[in-house]
Design a protein around this ligand. Sequence first.
Ligand code: NAI
Ligand code: 13P
Length: 317
Amino acid sequence: MTRISVLGTGAFGTALAIALSRDGTPVTLWGRDGDDLAAMAESRKTGRALPDIELPDSLTLSAEIPDADIALIAVPAQAARGFLEGHASALTGQTLITCAKGIERSSGLGPVDVVRDVLPGARAGCLTGPSFATDIARGLPTALVLAMSDGAKPVQEVLNRPLLRIYRSDDTAGAQLGGASKNVIAIAAGIAIGAGLGDSARASVIARGFAEMVRYATARGALPETLQGLAGLGDLVLTCTSEKSRNFAAGLALGRGEGVPEGVTVEGLATAIALAEETAREDIDMPLAQTVALVAEGRLTIDRAIEALLARPPGKE
Ligand SMILES: NC(=O)C1=CN([C@@H]2O[C@H](COP(=O)(O)OP(=O)(O)OC[C@H]3O[C@@H](n4cnc5c(N)ncnc54)[C@H](O)[C@@H]3O)[C@@H](O)[C@H]2O)C=CC1
Ligand SMILES: O=C(CO)COP(=O)(O)O
């Protein structure tokens, strides 16, 4: 039997481990926080990251990186390199599927490319698409994309579940960049709502933001169809329309003139800065992402950001 591990006991890792083990499949969940693991082992319930949900009997908790065939890495994008470097020898030989949705600020790389950079020759891919951890953990239906440049089908067969529907793709560029860039646009959508600009303005942010995502990802070799699917448009719509999204919620707070809550994973902030640097260098037109980056860096107030975006002459769509 294929050995599956999930690395990271945050909201998403825990949710995936529950969904994959609910039918009795053995799954090992690794976390770096011993206290968290001990509390979960004792209560057999989810830890701090998710509301009280029971852990299936076939889910095992481990403080050692498991010797698995397929490892789902649910560590945030900015922490992934350190995690991979720290556990490189234990991970060698495993199929590594990253679940992060961000661009590494120091390198401009997407999560799959970070895996390939740290562990050259690794079979690497990503799992992305519209799927809140709470929905997955509660057993609500979700559809995701598993992207690997080759060999996705056997991994898809191992991970697919009736309510965790796994589509496959060989466009790793499109899947990883779609998942990362939608978080930046979700912050912009949250700002629009938080600042009281209304639902029509949010819809414009979604549509114009989607155009930016396609422009950016295709310039980096992605297929436009991938952006039109779950990894792009699907996830963009979810994230821009729900307060369950931490990126949208961060935008809401900024739009209302409040600070972004501390200690919450908001991938779009660092990703906006990485995107802004790269797209300015490559002359790719990304006004929304550039504006979110300036706000994230504290170089532009919300009022000035809105003013500057509205002052842009509307060109040909
Ligand atoms: N929460 C959600 O609904 C979804 C999250 N994702 C993505 O999954 C990734 C993780 O998100 P969440 O689990 O929600 O975040 P989280 O904030 O709930 O958990 C992050 C986990 O990563 C661990 N971690 C951080 N740095 C680490 C390191 N250097 N080494 C080992 N572990 C480390 C933390 O201890 C924590 O357990 C993000 O990229 C996010 O965009 C994707 C889809 C849905
Ligand atoms: O990516 C997500 C859902 O698909 C989760 O979004 P947030 O990270 O904004 O909560």
